[in-house]
Design a protein around this ligand. Structure first.
Ligand code: RTP
Ligand code: MG
Length: 142
C-alpha cells in the first residue's frame, strides 16, 4: 500500500458541460478520498506555474486562454497509488484515443480546437503532485 496525494483539475470544459458531478462520482466510486475541493477562475500566475513545462510550445497560449475561460475545480485526491490510478481513470490525453470506460474516452469530445480540451488534469508523478498541490493549495503543501 502506497498512500499518495494527487492534484486534479476539472477543466473549464467540464464545468461548462455540467460534468463535475459525473467526474467526482467516478473518483469517489473508485474509493479515493477528496481532501480539498475549490472552484475558482484560475489566475495567470497559477496557470503559468502549473504548465511551466509546456512554456514555448505552440499550444501554450491557447491553453492558457482555454484554462482561464471560466471557472475550474481544483481538488486534492488521496488514495492507494492514486497518482497512476487517476491517470488510468482519466484515459489518454487525446479524447479520440482514450479508451471507453475512461473519463476522457466516455465524456471527452474535443476536436477542431486550437488546444486539446480534455476535461481533467491529473499529476503525472509524486514530484509533480507535490509541486502542483503547492501551487493550487499552498496550505496543504508537504
Ligand atoms: P494533463 O497534464 O492536463 O493531465 O494532460 P496530459 O498529461 O495527458 O497531457 P500533457 O502532455 O501534460 O499536456 C497538458 C495539456 O495540454 C493540452 N495539450 N494540448 N497539441 C495540443 O493541442 C495539446 N497538447 C497538450 C491538453 O489539455 C493537455 O491535457
Ligand atoms: Mg501532463
Amino acid at each position: 500500500m502506497t498512500q499518495e496525494r494527487t492534484l486534479i483539475l476539472l477543466k473549464p470544459d467540464a464545468v461548462k458541460r455540467q460534468l463535475r458531478g459525473e467526474i467526482i462520482r467516478r473518483i469517489e466510486q473508485k474509493g479515493y478520498t477528496i481532501l480539498a475541493l475549490d472552484q475558482r477562475t484560475a489566475s495567470h500566475e497559477e496557470l503559468t506555474a502549473h504548465y511551466a513545462e509546456h512554456e514555448g510550445k505552440p499550444f501554450f497560449p491557447p491553453m492558457l486562454e482555454f484554462m482561464s475561460s471560466g471557472p475550474l475545480v481544483a481538488l486534492v485526491v488521496a488514495g492507494d497509488e492514486c497518482i497512476a490510478g487517476m491517470r488510468s481513470l482519466m484515459g489518454a490525453t487525446q479524447p479520440t484515443q482514450a479508451a471507453p470506460g475512461t473519463i476522457r474516452g466516455d465524456l471527452g469530445r474535443a476536436w477542431d480546437k486550437p488546444v486539446i480540451e480534455n476535461l481533467i488534469h491529473g499529476s503525472d508523478s509524486p514530484e509533480s503532485a507535490a509541486r502542483e498541490i503547492g501551487i493550487w493549495f499552498p496550505s496543504l503543501a508537504a
